[in-house]
Design a protein around this ligand. Structure first.
Ligand code: KIV
Length: 264
C-alpha cells in the first residue's frame, strides 16, 4: 500500500471516489485502521469524551492531543494523519494557532483540523502560509456547544444555511484541503459539496458528501448507552469484550487459568 498524501485526498473528490475517515486516539487502533486501508485517520478531540470520559470536548488540552497524536503516528504507516486543534489552542490569537499547529506537526500530524468558517478564515490562512495543511469543520461544531445550546442540527433555517454556505466558501478560500460538515441537513450538505472544489467529509450530514467520518468507538459499539441517529454500529464490541472479561474472571476464580500450557 502507498502512503496517502494531501493531494491524494483532494484527487479522490475529482475522481468521484468516496473517502472513508475514522478517528483513532491510540497505537492499536491506528494500526488496525491503517492496515484496513482507511486513507485518513482523524485524531479527534472527541478523544476527550470517548477516551477520557469528559462531558464534552472543551476540557481537552494541547498536551492531551499531542500524546494521542504521537501514539497514532507510531501505529500508522500509510494513512494521512490529521489532528484536531483543541479548544483555546487557536481561538485567542493567530500566533497561538500557528505555534500549536506547528507543535502537532512536530508530533507527526500531517495536517490539523479546526472548527469555524468565516470567523476562522485568517487563522486557517496563516497556518497554511507556514505550510501546515488545514481541514475545516463547520455546522455542528462541538467546541461551540454553549452557543448552540447543545448538540443540535445546524442550518435548518434559510439564514443559517446561507451562513453555512458562506462558511464553507471561506474555508475553501483560506486554502483548506478539505472540510468536515457536521450535523447539517443532507440537502444543504449536497449544496455545499457541489459549491466547493475541496472534499467535504460528512458526519450526520447525509449521503451526498465526498466522504464520511465517524468516531471509532461508535462504529465498534464500545458504548451501548449512546447511539446518535447518524451512527451505524457495525459490531457490539462492548458485549464481546465484557463476555471475554467475564470468562477470564471465572477461569481465574475456578482455577482454570493458568493451565499447564501457560506455566513454566
Ligand atoms: O473530534 C472528532 O472526532 C471530530 C469528528 C467526529 C469530525 O471532530
Amino acid at each position: 500500500m502507498k502512503k496517502i498524501t494531501i493531494p491524494d485526498i483532494m484527487k479522490m473528490k475529482a475522481e468521484g471516489k468516496k473517502i472513508p475517515v475514522l478517528t483513532a486516539y491510540d497505537y492499536p487502533f491506528a494500526r488496525i485502521l491503517d492496515e484496513a486501508g482507511i486513507p485518513l485517520i482523524l485524531v479527534g478531540d472527541s478523544a476527550g469524551m470517548v477516551f477520557a470520559g469528559y462531558e464534552n470536548t472543551l476540557p481537552v488540552t494541547m498536551d492531551e492531543m499531542r500524546y494521542h497524536t504521537k501514539a497514532v503516528v507510531r501505529g500508522n504507516k500509510n494513512a494521512l494523519v490529521v489532528t484536531d486543534m483543541p479548544f483555546l489552542s487557536y481561538q485567542v490569537s493567530i500566533e497561538d494557532a500557528k505555534k500549536n499547529a506547528g507543535l502537532l506537526v512536530k508530533d507527526g500530524a500531517e495536517a490539523v483540523k479546526l472548527e469555524g468558517g468565516v470567523n476562522m478564515e485568517d487563522t486557517i490562512k496563516a497556518i497554511i502560509d507556514m505550510d501546515v495543511p488545514v481541514m475545516g469543520h463547520i455546522g455542528l461544531t462541538p467546541q461551540s456547544i454553549h452557543r448552540m445550546g447543545g448538540y443540535r442540527v445546524q442550518g435548518r433555517e434559510k439564514k443559517q444555511s446561507k451562513k453555512l454556505l458562506d462558511d464553507a466558501k471561506a474555508v475553501e478560500r483560506a486554502g483548506a484541503f478539505s472540510i468536515v460538515l457536521e450535523g447539517i441537513p443532507a440537502d444543504l450538505a449536497k449544496e455545499i459539496t457541489d459549491a466547493v472544489s475541496i472534499p467535504t467529509i460528512g458526519i450526520g450530514a447525509g449521503p451526498y458528501c465526498d466522504g464520511q467520518v465517524l468516531v471509532i468507538h461508535d462504529v465498534l459499539g464500545l458504548y451501548d448507552d449512546i447511539k446518535p441517529r447518524f451512527v451505524k454500529r457495525y459490531v457490539n464490541l462492548k458485549g464481546i469484550i465484557s463476555s471475554a472479561v467475564n470468562k477470564y474472571a471465572d477461569d481465574v476464580k475456578q482455577g482454570k487459568f493458568p493451565g499447564k500450557e501457560h506455566s513454566f
